[in-house]
Design a protein around this ligand. Structure first.
Ligand SMILES: C[S@@+](CC[C@H](N)C(=O)[O-])C[C@H]1O[C@@H](n2cnc3c(N)ncnc32)[C@H](O)[C@@H]1O
Length: 272
């Protein structure tokens, strides 16, 4: 397990990097989402959200909705709900089903006690002030309202971290290069419950363990390359490291038949 430097953590929560580079459009997010096609077992995350909201009526805000994977499923399966997609990036919202709005999770443009459910899926590790944002999510929820949060464990996809460190070491000519920037470590599955406990009485954690087994390096390389927005924080030439990682992964697949990645994600359902 590795953790970011303070400079890397600041870049992971830098709104300019997030809105203009990392999530200016859905390309990098889609690269990270698509690797789960090879995961066993498969989890239908939008389906889990639909299930958890079975007793919810009224308004649902998807905070940091990204490319709208959850928004579109809710529109399809729960047309009775008023679903609002919200993100800090105008670009990534272009193809998301309306209504959508550009706003910062740290200052939600909604009245107190106005919302029946809030989703904050794989996004709380990107906000500058995690505690204040959780207070803000709780503020807009009606009493009894539900918050759904997701994130990854500190141990998630550790093989990709090892692959990156080896490739970076070879590029720099040292035994092991700098660790890969971690997106989720600021609000990992291990840290999430204690953050959420400050504002939510009931917290249920559902782990989503699995294994990705690929026989083609392309999805691995697309995943590593999707961190391009944080290239300056990597401490190693980014493109060269991605290319070296592609060669190492191809060699491992040739030798072992496949490249295995351990996934440790989780989804939390919280009530005020
Ligand atoms: C990893 S993506 C997750 C997208 C989607 N929730 C999902 O799970 O597929 C993180 C999203 O949060 C957005 N985001 C980051 N910081 C934000 C903030 N302070 N307020 C609103 N959205 C933010 C990003 O622009 C990006 O679309």
């Amino acid at each position: 397990m590795t953790s970011n430097t303070a400079q890397q953590d600041a870049a992971v929560a830098d709104k300019t990097i997030l809105a203009n580079r990392a999530y200016a459009d859905g390309r990098h997010l889609a690269a990270r989402q698509s690797i789960y096609r090879w995961q066993q077992p498969q989890y239908d995350l939008p389906g889990i959200v639909v299930e958890e909201l079975a007793n919810t009526s009224g308004t649902v805000i998807d905070v940091g909705c990204g490319n709208g994977k959850f928004v579109s499923r809710l529109h399809r399966d729960r047309p009775d709900l008023q679903v609002v997609g919200m993100d800090i990036s105008a670009g990534i919202l272009a193809d998301v089903e309306k209504p959508v709005l550009v706003a910062d999770a740290q200052a939600l443009p909604f009245a107190g006690d106005s919302t029946d459910a809030v989703l904050a899926l794989h996004m709380l590790y990107h906000v500058g002030d995690i505690e204040a944002t959780i207070e803000e999510l709780a503020r807009v929820l009606r009493p009894g309202g539900v918050l759904m949060v997701s994130t990854n464990s500190d141990m998630d996809k550790r093989e990709l971290g090892q692959l990156w460190a080896r490739a970076a070491g070879e590029v720099l000519g040292i035994p092991e290069g700098p660790a890969r920037v971690s997106l989720s470590s600021r609000f990992s599955l291990e840290k999430a419950p204690s953050y959420l406990r400050a504002a939510f009485k009931e917290i249920r954690v559902r782990g989503l363990p699995g294994t990705i087994d690929v026989t083609d390096p392309a999805p691995i390389i697309a995943h590593l390359a999707s961190y391009e927005a944080w290239a300056e924080q990597c401490g190693v030439p980014f493109r060269e490291t991605v290319d070296r990682a592609a060669e190492i992964a191809a060699g491992a697949i040739k030798a072992d038949g496949s490249f295995k990645i351990t996934c440790r994600g989780g989804i939390l359902t919280c009530r005020r």
